[in-house]
Design a protein around this ligand. Structure first.
Ligand code: SF4
Length: 368
């Protein structure tokens, strides 16, 4: 890979000064805020993260608050962001910082790397943004910008390409200004050097950009083939019981096992395959339940990193005195909003419980 053009550094810093979006985590450089925002921003767009960040910091304003937060509260704060291992690791990292560093996030790239869930990108981002240390932070945006700027055709899906980009950037990171430089590359990738249609006419480094000069900006970066997602078909059961004492309808949920995909979160019971409404009734009968009306809720799809769920849903009325299988809970529908974190993979069926609320789109959610 060609060296990163050092003349680009000042141009990027000037551009960033005038064009940076006023995002809430940029209000100050408190390392805790930087760490939380960087973990939230992995796999998630800034606009989506904004309300989550505000709510999270409101509820858990310090690292010590995060370290001591009960798991259900933590998962509820993360509900809808997906990739829940992020928040579990974030709490583990907070606890490690409390134990090993007296509650102060270390100003040391290698020490940051030892924290759970903190990879080279996050360590670089925290070190440079919070502590102005001259280390690179290479995420997908930065990979794209650097591949185009240097005209590099390496496959950005390979770890070796990421290492090469880090090595090319390292000598160019300024100090002071490391954090702004890191963020300028990320911001350029988010606002100008876009994946499909880079807005080269608005780019501060277009005169230095090899891909632009050679008319190859849409060919770069090169991305090798991804492994196809494994398909899983399932039928989701929204089991409803009549109102209890306070007049509110109840719904059946269960907690997913710890570990594994969406571990520890709550979900609607589901069964493998698409056996249809009759199959649903037969299955519930085999569990000792007496299903009443079975109403189809339609299909939905959810994409995880390595798996695609293809779902069919049914709402089923159950008698009030139903004896539920072990581990299944009948909760008031309102409690789903306040107390139980249900992953967005089920949002198409969760919305059935709140017909007056704006319905989310049924299809094409994505998380990990
Ligand atoms: S000139 Fe175009 S391709 Fe090159 S860095 Fe700028 S936006 Fe990206």
């Amino acid at each position: 890979m060609e060296p990163f053009p050092t003349e680009a550094v000042g141009l990027l810093l000037d551009w960033y000064r005038y064009h940076a979006r006023p995002l809430p985590w940029r209000e100050n450089k408190d390392p805790y805020r930087v760490l939380v925002s960087e973990i939230m921003l992995q796999q998630t767009r800034a606009e989506t993260v904004k309300p989550y960040f505000a709510r999270f910091l409101d509820r858990l304003p310090t690292l010590a608050d995060l370290a001591g937060c009960p798991e259900d509260v933590l998962l509820k704060l993360w509900e809808g962001l997906g990739y829940y291992s992020r928040v579990r690791n974030l709490q583990k990292a907070a606890r490690a910082v409390m134990e090993r560093y007296g509650g102060v996030i270390p100003a040391d790239f290698d020490a940051l790397l030892t924290l759970p869930g903190v990879g080279r990108y996050t360590a670089g981002a925290v070190a440079s943004i919070a502590y102005d240390m001259p280390v690179p932070a290479v995420d997908g945006n930065v990979l794209r910008v650097v591949a185009r700027l240097t005209g590099d055709s390496s496959d950005v899906m390979l770890a070796s390409t990421k290492s090469a980009v880090e090595a090319a950037l390292a000598p160019a990171v300024p100090t002071p200004g490391a954090g702004d430089f890191t963020q300028s590359l990320i911001e350029l990738g988010a606002l100008v050097c876009l994946p499909g249609e880079p807005a080269c006419a608005d780019c501060p480094v277009r005169l230095l950009c090899r891909a632009h000069r050679e008319g190859r900006e849409k060919e770069l970066p090169v991305r090798g083939a991804r492994t196809a997602r494994r398909l899983e078909q399932m039928t989701v059961l929204v089991l409803l019981l009549p109102p209890d004492g306070d007049g509110e309808e109840r719904v059946v949920i269960r907690r997913r096992p710890d570990g594994g995909l969406l571990g520890g979160l709550y979900e609607f019971p589901h069964i493998p395959g698409h056996p249809g409404g009759d199959g649903v009734a037969v299955h519930l009968g085999s569990l000792g339940l007496s299903p009443g009306e079975v109403t189809p809720l339609g299909p939905a799809r959810h994409l995880f990193t390595h798996v695609e769920w293809q779902m069919e849903g049914y709402a089923v009325q159950l008698p009030p005195d139903s004896t539920l299988p072990e581990g299944w809970l009948a909760v008031r529908c309102g409690e789903i909003r306040t107390d139980y974190a249900i992953p967005s993979a089920f949002s198409a069926y969760r919305s059935v419980l709140f017909p007056n609320a704006a319905r989310k789109k049924r299809n094409d959610g994505k998380s990990g």
